[in-house]
Write a protein that binds this ligand. Structure first.
Ligand SMILES: Cc1ncc(C[n+]2csc(CCOP(=O)(O)OP(=O)(O)O)c2C)c(N)n1
Ligand SMILES: CC(=O)[C@@H](O)[C@H](O)COP(=O)(O)O
Ligand SMILES: [Mg+2]
Length: 642
């Protein structure tokens, strides 16, 4: 496919080149930038609709502000493709999210224009405020600090914590609220309704337009002076009285809503706001997927569609040969419905990932029993705990890396009160192209140290289903964590009658002679493959699927350590504090001596790439496991990692 940067875009390497253009030329730059994003994402993949929605905003920001001296912070960063392309990365953009390529999110190590590393939502206001306070302290009074945050990300508690501080911090920070009424799925909650009210209020919009018309009559090119700014502000304040505007009530000057696709209006407004000191919020209304009609119509599907034909809009799917294993997330989503049909106490909670977790199946069918609560992981966990106090059997589904946000809620609200909430950690382990911010690397370590929790990981879809079933049985009175990976499992015939999963019981998959391989969760399938290869070489590895990292199956482990003096542990999680560490603790407790090699995520950041590339890099794909066995057989190892 022919990918060409258009006539103007090809002249822009950095924002300084953009600033040489006339305002009139910015329309063309926006068109070319939008087309470049469509060309690139259709062929190389990645997040799509969010970047299309902020093309004009991105161009206006880099045109008006003196980036990187002025500091621009993108929230989440999945919408920052235009920013990357305009800040020195156009020629390498085809490597976006690929192994050893550029990151799909702003990353401080990648560019001085990426002022703050992101991936998780709702951090931008705190970060920009921190930068603004530092500038104030250093006497850099001319420096501007801008946070761009979406309406979805604004639903998080953290964003409100930052607003609460910004309102009294007297720092020079501009918060741009990019309101497209969408999270990944449609945005939810009272804030969304409030923003829609402001954006659609007829009286408000008429008054606002009057003010803009008045300002438009000012002499062309005349600087928007402080004096005029305060008149402007007073007029706006008249429109949105302190008592009726949420942001004004928090002591932030509120401007907008303005059309986020009108590049002239955006550049004028940003230019004006530069002269207004202190904390302020500009409400910008945009359309997610703007300029690619299919994306505008189905914004969830086009959030990150995978590869597609940019002309027809056909999204390319792998053509399956025979029956295919489902995605774990779908097994979760479909099993929820079955469980809820059998048990009227079963409920489901997701913080803003109805499609990603497949809880949407139940939300559609049983809207009073399954909820999206917005990007609010902490609230999701404590809400589940509250429901559990009333006898509900709640499945709270949170991506492993996003659950990091709710650690205290798991300890304080679930574990200490021993409430039987089921915490389903999707995307556990290395997730692939999203990279370091999104890998579910740490949950084994941060969950297994908490008393009262049961921590389980399935090796296949049937085990996931059976553990979900077991977790809601009346005799099951403790909180349960179920961690499972992104993507497909291994069983196409997974929908079998439910069976009880005995708590704390692992299983022996194959007996052996030379070495015992202990696995936790889906990497057990890599072990199965490795064993096949090793057996061809005449080796006899044993394989145990430990299933529960807490409580450990001590009986099974006594068997392992009384029979084998060479042991390899395999997990899709951080080795430090993880499954391998649990095995070392067991050995220490019972004074077993054996050579142990722990395979898993090493004690360093693993970047982005295809899962298979990352598993290989970390040495726990089938080939890595087989190699570890061979090395162990031929050397005198004691304890080693990676
Ligand atoms: C803490 C956290 N939870 C969930 C996500 C997953 N996530 C990424 S983008 C997104 C939607 C964000 O909506 P918004 O900020 O409005 O941006 P838009 O995509 O609409 O531009 C969500 C839920 C995340 N990145 N971080
Ligand atoms: C930016 C972000 O956090 C999400 O869009 C995330 O990339 C979704 O991941 P999945 O594709 O695994 O649902
Ligand atoms: Mg949004």
């Amino acid at each position: 496919m022919d990918i060409t940067a258009g006539q103007l875009l090809s002249q822009i390497e950095y924002p300084s080149d953009l600033r040489k253009l006339t305002r009139e030329q910015l329309h063309q730059v926006c068109d070319e930038l939008r087309q470049f994003i469509i060309d690139q994402v259709s062929v190389h993949g990645g997040h799509f609709a969010a970047s299309l929605g902020v093309v004009e905003l991105t161009v206006a920001l880099h045109y008006v502000y003196n980036t990187p001296y002025d500091q621009l912070v993108w929230d989440v960063g999945h919408q920052a493709y235009g920013h990357k392309i305009l800040t020195g990365r156009k020629s390498v953009f085809h490597t976006n999210r690929k192994y050893h390529g550029i990151s799909g999110f702003p990353n401080r190590g990648e560019s001085e224009y990426d002022t703050f590393g992101v991936g998780h939502s709702s951090t931008s206001i705190s970060a920009a405020l921190g930068m603004a306070l530092a500038s104030k302290y250093k006497g850099e009074h001319d420096r501007q600090h801008i946070a761009v945050i979406g309406d979805g990300s604004m639903t998080a508690g953290m964003a409100f914590e930052a607003l609460n501080h910004a309102g009294v911090a007297n720092a020079n920070v501009l918060i741009i609220l990019n309101d497209n009424c969408m999270s990944i799925d449609p945005n939810v909650g009272a804030l969304k309704e409030y923003l829609t009210d402001i954006s659609t209020s007829h009286t408000y919009n008429k008054l606002r337009d009057d003010v803009w018309n008045m300002l438009g009559k000012l002499p062309v090119g005349k600087k928007f002076t402080r004096d005029m700014a305060s008149k402007f502000e007073a007029s706006i304040k008249g429109l949105v009285s302190k008592s009726s505007n949420l942001f004004e009530s928090l002591n932030l000057r509120y401007f907008g809503p303005i059309d986020g696709h009108n590049i002239s209006k955006l550049t004028d407004t940003l230019q004006d706001l530069k002269d207004i000191p202190g904390p302020k919020l500009l409400h910008v209304v945009t359309t997610k997927g703007k300029g690619y009609s299919l994306a505008e119509k189905d914004q969830t599907k086009w959030h990150a569609p995978g590869l597609f034909d940019k002309i027809t809009g056909e999204i390319f799917k792998k053509i399956p040969e025979g029956p295919q294993p489902p995605k774990y997330q779908d097994v979760f989503g479909l099993t929820m419905i079955e469980l809820a049909e059998q048990n009227d106490k079963v409920m489901g909670i997701t913080p803003a990932m109805p499609s990603g977790s497949s809880l949407k199946f139940m939300m559609e069918k049983m809207p009073d029993r399954a909820f999206d609560v917005g990007i609010c992981e902490q609230h999701a966990v404590t809400l589940s705990a509250g429901l559990a106090t009333q006898g509900m059997r709640v499945y709270c589904n949170i991506y492993s890396s996003f659950m990091q946000r709710a650690f205290d809620q798991v300890v304080h609200d679930v574990a200490i009160q021993n409430l039987p909430v089921v915490l389903c950690l999707d995307r556990a382990g290395l997730v692939g192209e999203d990279g370091a911010t999104h890998h579910g690397a740490y949950d084994i370590s941060y969950m297994r140290c908490i008393p009262n929790l049961i921590v389980f990981s399935p090796m296949n879809e049937e085990e996931l289903r059976n553990m979900m079933y077991t977790a809601q049985l009346p005799e099951q009175k403790s909180p349960v964590v179920i961690r499972y990976p992104r993507g497909e499992g291994v069983m196409s015939d997974w929908r079998k009658p439910f069976a009880v999963m005995p708590i704390g019981k692992g299983r022996k998959i194959r007996d052996g002679r030379d070495v015992a391989i202990l696995s936790f969760g889906h990497p057990g399938n890599f072990v199965t493959e490795a064993c096949r290869e090793l057996m061809n070489d005449g080796l006899e590895p044993a394989h145990y699927d430990i299933r529960f990292v807490k409580p450990l199956d001590k009986e099974l482990l006594h068997e392992v350590f009384s029979r084998y003096d060479k042991v390899i542990t395999v997990e899709d999680g951080a080795i430090r504090g993880g499954f391998g560490s649990a095995i070392l603790e067991f050995m220490a407790e019972y004074n077993y001596k054996a050579d142990v090699k722990m395979l898993g995520i090493p004690d360093r950041l693993v970047e982005h790439g295809k899962p298979a590339e990352l598993h290989r890099e970390c040495g726990y794909d089938a080939a890595g496991i087989a190699m570890a066995v061979r090395q162990m057989m031929s050397s005198q190892v004691t304890v080693s990692e990676g």
